[in-house]
Write a protein that binds this ligand. Structure first.
Ligand SMILES: [Zn+2]
Length: 478
């Protein structure tokens, strides 16, 4: 790994040395506080006090009237919720070529991974910064990148500056893949995973977690999957992989002489409470049962499923997983798949698509969507004791929405309004560990105009280097 990080950060970071967060912060007189606590209390005219990075008090504003803080934010016009967890999102490589692929291309993955393979350390640093800006400004406080970051040393400064929580790992495979994925002998893949976890887990004052990240059961041998699960178990950390069932995956697994993809993982001992299965489309009843029985977590990407014509009606089992008590998180996948990193829009899609697909208005109420984006998402990442609800003792991770916008009118049910009316653009304030990372719509860790121009240039360079080009639109650009 080269040592270019400090000079990469220089021109773009405007507060490199970090900000000392206020030792205490009060959000006062919030129009509503959506606590997501055990009773799911919604506090009208609520206040929240945070001290030394943790929530110490939450309740009616009158009850906290005497509580003093270094900084007080007038929250009369704000609806405050726990910060969002984006549990499957490829942070590093998609932004400079986002929007390049035609709708009807089919899977863009062969091109996507070719672009990723060509990306330099400096390019990845800048594109990751852009993703962090988009995430922070739409209310995400914690993201999981499923192994796509090539240069974590270079990106560490971006994570540090943005102040978000990050779950990272080294993506590995040891088998044939239709795309350019990092492929190693088993022992090497295991060694790299161990080293990655030992080096990174717990960095950034505990905001960075490192996991084992095999790409998928189709690209990893049984022996590698077993070994990586052992590494995760021994180190008390997690493991995530892409996982889908359905006709095509079953064909692949039948060729291996095993049953469904989920039964295959269970037979290897890969399922369990520290495992997070991504996408999880095409599951049958027995697979849902195996996931629930083993306490395995799932992250679903509703916008990717819809845009990719994945047939949620036939293949989506989100309601059944939730009914079985499975910790289901939401993700935005790659920005080439969902095209955005806005968890509010992902909640909206989850709540709409199951109603439509099943022609049943009872599917995925707004409350269920918000639980997946917050409390359940945190639990799926093994962070349920730390984040995901607004309760004394939890880390001070909050998102506050501005209700002084047309889409928030009229306001009767703040959960329904958030999920069905709003999107991430009404995020006004974001707090992570008691530090205000978005303040009155503004993030302060990067010069956005310069960054946007840089990422556009990176996209041009990547297309030139790889020779991958597409017609830019269906209409003539003159
Ligand atoms: Zn993925």
């Amino acid at each position: 790994m080269s040592s270019t990080r400090p000079c990469l950060a220089g021109p773009f970071s405007v507060m490199l040395d970090g900000i000392v967060p206020p030792t205490s912060l009060k959000l006062d007189h919030a129009r509503y506080v959506l606590t997501l606590d055990a009773q799911r209390r919604i506090i009208r005219d609520g206040s929240i006090l945070t001290e030394a990075g943790r929530i110490t008090r939450v309740g009616k504003a009158d009850d906290l009237a005497s509580a003093q803080a270094d900084r007080v934010i007038d929250a009369h016009d704000l609806v405050v919720a726990p910060g969002f967890v984006n549990a499957h999102m490829h942070i590093s490589y998609a932004h400079p070529v986002r929007g390049l692929f035609p709708d009807d291309l089919g899977s863009p993955l062969v091109h996507v991974f070719a672009f990723q393979a060509a990306m330099t350390e400096e390019e990845e640093y800048h594109t990751s910064l852009l993703a962090l800006v988009e995430l922070a400004r739409s209310g995400t406080v914690c993201l999981l990148d499923p192994g796509s970051t090539k240069f974590p040393d270079a990106c560490l400064q971006a994570y540090q500056d943005a102040g978000l929580r990050v779950v990272l790992g080294e993506g590995v495979t040891d088998d044939e893949a239709p795309w350019t994925l990092p492929r190693y002998a088993i022992a090497e893949a295991v060694r790299r995973t161990e080293q990655f976890i030992d080096k990174w887990n717990g960095r950034l004052d505990g905001r960075l977690r490192a996991w084992a990240m095999p790409f998928s059961p189709e690209t990893c041998s049984a022996e590698l999957l077993r070994a990586l699960k052992r590494v995760a178990d021994e180190r008390g950390t997690g493991l995530t992989l892409h996982h889908s069932s359905g006709v095509e995956a079953r064909r692949h697994h039948r060729a291996r002489g095993v049953g469904s993809p989920t039964e295959y993982l269970e037979s290897l001992g890969i399922l369990g409470p520290n495992v997070l299965l991504a996408h999880a489309l095409g599951l049958d009843e027995a697979e849902v049962d195996a996931i629930a029985r083993t306490g395995t977590a799932v992250v679903m990407c509703p916008v990717t499923a819809a845009k990719g014509a994945r047939g949620v009606g036939a293949n989506g089992r989100m309601p059944e997983l939730l009914a079985r008590g499975v910790r289901v998180a939401l993700g935005c996948d790659s920005p080439n798949n969902s095209n955005h990193l806005d968890l509010v829009r992902a909640m909206n899609m989850a709540a709409l698509q199951y109603k439509d697909a099943r022609q049943d208005l009872r599917q995925i109420p707004a409350e269920a969507a918000l639980e997946m984006a917050t409390r359940l998402g945190a639990e799926a990442l093994g962070l349920g004791d730390e984040i995901g609800s607004i309760e004394p003792g939890k880390r001070a991770d909050l998102v506050a929405f501005d209700t002084q916008r047309p889409e928030w009118q009229a306001l009767w049910n703040p959960v329904g309004t958030l999920v069905y009316n709003a999107d991430g653009r009404s995020v006004h304030t974001v707090v992570v560990d008691g530090r205000v990372v978005v303040d009155g719509y503004r993030q302060t860790f990067v010069d956005e105009r310069r960054l946007f121009a840089t990422v556009q240039e990176i996209g041009e360079r990547l297309q030139a280097r790889t020779g991958i080009h597409f017609p830019l639109t269906r209409w003539p650009v003159v």
